[in-house]
Design a protein around this ligand. Structure first.
Ligand code: HEC
Length: 129
């Protein structure tokens, strides 16, 4: 009985240790989440601009540019070489480029420019998040 209890205790301690180590490993590399949160912030600001009906071209361009430069960090930071993943990251680049070129200056134009970007965020999340 005593031995069984000691074995059980050992197992529990081992499991707790593993959970801790995994947590520490994840905490050590905050970059994947940092990249995503940065993009989430800029998408959020664009959404807010649309809700407030304040879609000045300059502000929009700034957020789109920040999205574009941040998106270049996805592949190196996540370190996922799966083709589906890198394809989605490339698709995001293309769509951000197109939105920047479209240079939306009104809320409806911004909504149209953002839709394909949002679709790419969502489809990658469905597969890889
Ligand atoms: C190439 C794939 C891919 C694309 C494209 C992508 N994401 Fe992500 N995203 C992920 C993955 C994978 C996670 C989960 C990260 C984790 O839990 O470490 C994630 C998580 C997130 C999170 C939650 C972060 C957290 O702390 O859990 C936010 C916010 C986010 N993404 C925003 C965006 C936005 C906004 C876009 C589009 C502009 C986008 N993502 C495009 C793969 C992608």
């Amino acid at each position: 009985m005593r031995v069984a209890l000691m074995i059980l205790l050992g197992l529990v301690i081992g499991i707790l240790g593993t959970v801790n180590v995994m947590g520490a490993l994840e905490a050590r590399n905050p970059m994947p989440k940092a990249v995503m949160h940065t993009m989430g912030y800029h998408m959020g600001e664009l959404g807010r601009a649309m809700k407030a009906r304040q879609c000045a071209a300059a502000g929009i361009q700034q957020h789109l540019q920040r999205l574009q430069s941040t998106a270049t960090d996805i592949v190196p930071v996540f370190g996922i070489s799966d083709k589906g993943f890198t394809d989605k990251a490339a698709e995001l680049q293309t769509r951000l480029q197109q939105a920047l070129q479209a240079a939306p200056a009104t809320c409806p134009a911004l909504a149209a420019a953002i839709k394909p970007i949002d679709d790419t965020c969502k489809s990658c999340h469905q597969q890889y998040r």
